[in-house]
Design a protein around this ligand. Structure first.
Ligand SMILES: *Cc1c(COP(=O)(O)O)cnc(C)c1O
Length: 389
């Protein structure tokens, strides 16, 4: 039986996997200790659980456990990486290279750093959403301290050429920071193979709890030094003070473990659901897939429905299908997506776009239903006069 509404916004957040919840529960009650309490068993148990989770997170990305700094999520990890590097390397330079389609957590942090004296280069992208490698390399100067490029985009799923970017960073001895909140657990991410020095992650995008994430910070070849942005008890090797969210961290670790063991199988299943959805939508005429088709996450598609207003379409569907027009962080705005604008799409294409995010718990039946409902909503809306200018 189909349960309504169905959830197709898995790039905004995912439900916790029940196995994650089960792993977390004891850490709210019986094992409630403070992981920093060194003098009794409550503290030791909590610390042990945190260290296991640290290994689980590290394993998923090919890192060492000492390279994981737990945070409140990817937003905080983005802030810590950018501000932390800016502060730690101020004697070397003040130049950071990033991309205009980054998540707001990166872009707004860069804007903040500009006020603090940083010089930021915002690289453009091509019509598929990819950066130009020669352009990246020619942007590097003697003052460049960091290249910040996301692994996969949250609105269109486009995967940047990470290895080639890190090769450029290495060649010029510049650190490479990557926001991988959308990529980990979905595709193979390995900080060593990929040459990433700092990386942001979030638990709630991979069937873990909200409010927890991590920053990976390389310890050698090269060592990525960051200045703490949260001062206090010196937790997390002094890089992020504050009592650890033990239950959340345990859930994050469990979520990583599950991704590690199930990713390959899940990738295929989710991609086939996404492809089925795309195929069904392609028959609706005047639709256009945004972003590069060949370099894309398996779980996402961003589609423009010409002749409709995307927000109207979302409103008509909202009772039965949870979807969004792009980033959850900006979906309250009525402006078209800055990511789509950066691809150079016209206003009509940007205003009529919807992001579909397929996840672990979606079924074929749900996809069939979504296609059917979309078709109906679309034909009724396309008969009405357009309301956007
Ligand atoms: C979701 C997301 C974030 C923010 O993560 P939170 O854990 O919710 O703070 C940052 N970057 C990208 C690419 C994301 O998709």
């Amino acid at each position: 039986m189909l349960q309504l509404p169905i959830y197709l916004d898995n790039n905004a957040t995912t439900p916790c996997d029940p196995r994650v919840v089960e792993a977390m529960l004891p850490y709210f009650t019986r094992h409630f200790g403070n992981a920093a309490s060194k003098s009794h068993a409550f503290g030791w148990e909590a610390e042990e659980a945190v260290e296991l989770a640290r290994e689980q997170v590290a394993q998923l990305i090919g890192a060492g456990p000492k390279e994981i700094v737990f945070t409140s999520g990817a937003t905080e990890a983005d802030n810590l990486a950018l501000k932390g590097v800016f502060e730690a390397y101020s004697s070397k330079g003040n130049h950071i290279i990033t991309v205009c389609t980054e998540h707001k957590a990166v872009l707004d942090t860069c804007r903040h750093l500009e006020k603090m004296g940083a010089s930021i280069t915002y690289l453009p992208v091509d019509s598929g959403g990819l950066i130009s490698l020669p352009r990246l390399e020619s942007a590097v100067t003697e003052k460049t301290i960091l290249i910040a490029v996301m692994y996969a985009n949250n609105e269109i799923g486009v995967i940047q050429p990470i290895k080639q970017i890190s090769d450029i960073a290495r060649k010029h001895k510049v650190l490479f920071f990557c926001d991988a909140a959308q990529a980990i657990g979905k595709i193979d991410v390995d900080v060593n193979k990929d040459g990433i020095d700092l990386m942001a992650m979030s638990a709630h995008k991979i069937y873990g709890p909200k409010g927890v994430g991590a920053l990976y910070a390389r310890r050698k070849n090269p060592r990525a030094t960051i200045t703490a942005q949260m001062d206090g008890g010196g937790h997390e090797r002094g890089m992020r003070s504050g009592t650890l969210n033990v239950a959340g961290i345990v859930g994050f670790g469990k979520a990583c473990e599950l991704c590690m063991s199930e990713m390959l199988e899940e990738q295929g299943k989710i991609a086939s659901l996404r492809n089925k959805l795309e195929k069904g939508i392609a028959e609706m005429k005047d639709v256009f897939i945004n972003g590069h088709i060949d370099f894309r996450l398996p779980n996402i598609t961003n589609i423009s429905f010409y002749g409709t207003d995307g927000n109207q379409l979302l409103t008509v569907l909202a009772k039965n299908i949870a979807l969004s027009s792009g980033s959850a962080c900006t979906s309250a705005l009525t402006e078209p997506s800055y990511v789509l604008k950066a691809l150079g799409v016209n206003d009509e294409q940007a205003y009529s776009s919807i992001r579909f995010g397929v996840g672990r718990f979606n079924t074929e039946e749900e996809i069939d239903y979504a296609i059917e409902q979309l078709g109906k909503a679309l034909s009724s809306l396309r008969q009405k006069p357009m309301t956007i200018k």
